[in-house]
Write a protein that binds this ligand. Structure first.
Ligand code: NAD
Ligand code: TDX
Length: 352
């Protein structure tokens, strides 16, 4: 069995669905169900005997440890986090609590559990920490992409809290020998992403005829990776990554935000034409994000060379699938935006 934290969120849910599609090994999903946790993402596996859900905060160390001792997982994959940079600027406290204290609690639970293991079970155990390229700060236009040895220079409360969690994971390996793995990944996009992040927000607004807000001059650059490719990278690192190591994961798809938004508009115009005219008319420049990092890019040679992982999707194929998914799941977006997904959770889960 494996444990996944934050499995009701965007990447965690995609990871669980992909995992159960390709393996018989059961999964326990530990998630507190914040605003970003949506069990509807996992409705297709809800009754699968290989899947189990525990509504639990990652800060609840004793409860997590009790579950570990009961179910004896061979790995814990830690996705749970507060993940949105704009929210971290408005309210950093929850980011420190979940991302720093939460990771500390999980490391302590895992250390206590792992210390009690013996032989092959102890050898096999892994704590895989899912992190971000934002810990490395911002690149100048001509600088090479972030590698695993790039110094940490986090600039937002979100990235600082993730950087702190990465350091805790490193220390727990170095000091206590806990078999940890860390992945630092670039911007993900794909099905089930909460429509506060750039790509799903733009798709939702464009379909509703609402303005498409571009922060600053729209020339900030991100490296976009399809979520399924990120999930494949995590599975590969779990199976073959060396304990204590860090692996950077990226899509080799650097693009200025304005180009991403124009691409989405053009795709929507082709797939679902708007009688009022091309969606680019909705683009509007708004005040910049404070401390907005200019450019992220990943040098993914280590994971490619050591573990043979490469993205399967190009931006063109990935964004096509993504726009299609949102067109086909406008009811999902509507329930998220209205808050109705929480009623769904109450009806289908909490009522039982
Ligand atoms: P998300 O915000 O969509 O989901 C986060 C999940 O964690 C939610 O289900 C939420 O309910 C849960 N959660 C939050 N606080 C919790 C707590 N205290 N206890 C238990 N569960 C809690 O996030 P995401 O975009 O899926 O990101 C997942 C992970 O991947 C994060 O660690 C993030 O830093 C990292 N990451 C994300 C991206 C990206 O582009 N989205 C890129 C690189 C790395
Ligand atoms: O309305 C918007 N307008 C806009 O111009 C939003 C929401 C964003 N932006 C810009 C800001 C960024 O330059 O688009 C870019 C992408 O923004 P987000 O989707 O908020 O992502 P980002 O801040 O880059 O962080 C994401 O990638 C790394 C995730 O939210 C993190 O969890 C992950 O670690």
């Amino acid at each position: 069995m494996i444990f996944v934290t934050g499995g009701a969120g965007f990447i965690g849910a995609n990871f669980i669905l992909d995992w159960l599609a390709g393996s018989d090994e059961p999964v326990l999903n530990i998630d507190r169900l914040t605003y970003a946790g949506n069990l509807e993402n996992l409705a297709s596996v809800e009754r699968d005997p290989r899947y189990r859900f525990e509504k639990l905060d990652v800060c609840e160390r004793d409860a997590v440890l009790a579950l570990m001792r009961e179910l004896r997982p061979r790995a814990l994959i830690h996705f749970a986090a507060e993940s949105h940079v704009d929210r971290s600027i408005l309210g950093p406290g929850e980011f420190v609590r979940t991302n720093v204290d939460g990771t500390f609690s999980l490391l302590e639970a895992a250390r206590a559990y792992w210390s009690g293991l013996e032989g092959a079970e102890r050898q096999a155990f892994r704590f895989l920490h899912v992190s971000t390229d934002e810990v490395y700060g911002s690149l100048e236009p001509d600088e090479p992409g972030f590698s695993e040895t790039t110094p940490y220079r986090p600039n937002s409360p979100y990235s600082a809290s993730k950087a702190a969690s990465d350091h805790l994971v490193r220390a727990w390996h170095h000091t206590y020998g806990l078999p940890t793995l860390t992945t630092n990944c670039s911007n993900n996009y794909g099905p089930c992403q909460f429509p506060e992040k750039l790509i799903p927000l733009i798709i939702a607004n464009a379909l509703a005829g609402r303005p498409l807000p571009i922060y600053g001059d729209g020339l900030n650059v991100r490296d976009w990776l399809y979520v399924g490719d990120h999930c494949a990278a995590i599975r590969r690192v779990l199976e073959a990554g060396r304990p204590g190591e860090v692996y950077n994961v990226g899509g080799n798809n650097e693009m200025p935000n304005i180009e991403v938004v124009r691409t989405v508009c053009r795709l929507l115009d082709t797939m679902r034409p708007d009688p009022a005219g091309p969606r680019e008319r909705l683009i509007g420049y708004v005040a910049d994000r404070p401390g907005h990092d200019r450019r992220y890019a990943i040098d993914a040679r280590k994971i490619a060379g050591e573990l043979g992982w490469r993205p399967a999707e190009t931006f063109e194929t990935g964004i096509g699938k993504t726009v299609r998914w949102y067109l086909d799941h406008q009811d999902w977006v509507a329930r998220v935006q209205s808050g109705a997904y929480r009623e769904w959770i109450a009806r289908n889960y909490e009522a039982r």
